[in-house]
Ligand binder design. Structure first.
Ligand SMILES: [Cu+2]
Length: 191
């Protein structure tokens, strides 16, 4: 129960109304307050696992559980820009590692290579960008611990205009959907 609820009940006007009605009314108020508190505690993450900042919407950030000894972990999400100006994803930080970089994976002559986008990734006005295994992705570098399936990894993403946005990456199983391309590509990775 919320600590301020008794005060609100006491300051209720119409103390002269029949006890039954007053009681019923204050219980409704109390329920409303309790619901509001629950909504505050759960925060935006509970609402379909999405985040908003300025004109940006970030959908379902996820990563994969890591094997022992892994030094990096991928990060995947969809960023939507509902504004009229482009923005730029610069990178970020996470409690699980030393930094978050924006990477691009591409294939040349049958070899998958990965490079860091040091100038960031443009999110076009009115458009969206998907970061997914085998393509554009985030990379948590300097991994400090194993990521376990089912946990959530706190992170902050940095955008040129929208600023910093706190998100949580849902950890899916090792080799979780959709493909294993990224692990294959990590053979030639220089992290
Ligand atoms: Cu990478």
């Amino acid at each position: 129960m919320h600590p301020t609820a008794p005060n609100l009940t006491r300051s209720q006007p119409g103390a002269s109304s029949p006890p039954m009605i007053a009681h019923h009314h204050s219980r409704l108020r109390l329920m409303g307050i309790v619901m509001a508190c629950i909504a505050l505690l759960l925060g935006p993450a509970a609402l379909a696992h999405g985040y908003k900042a300025g004109s940006l919407a970030i959908h379902h950030p996820w990563t994969r559980a890591t094997p022992a000894g892994a030094r990096v972990a991928g990060g995947y999400l969809v960023i939507e820009n509902e504004g009229s100006e482009p923005d730029r994803l610069l990178g970020g930080a996470s409690e699980a590692g030393t930094a978050i970089e924006v990477h691009e994976m591409s294939e040349a002559d049958g070899i998958m290579t990965m490079r860091a986008l040091t100038d960031g990734l443009t999110i076009p006005a009115g458009g969206s960008v998907e970061l997914k295994p085998g393509g554009l992705h985030l990379m948590i570098t300097g991994l400090k611990r194993r990521l376990m399936e089912g946990e959530k990894v706190k992170a902050t993403l940095a955008f040129e205009k929208a600023g910093r946005i706190d998100v949580e990456f849902e950890v899916q199983p090792i080799g979780g959907s959709p493909a294993r391309d990224e692990e294959d590509g990590h053979g030639g990775h220089t992290h």
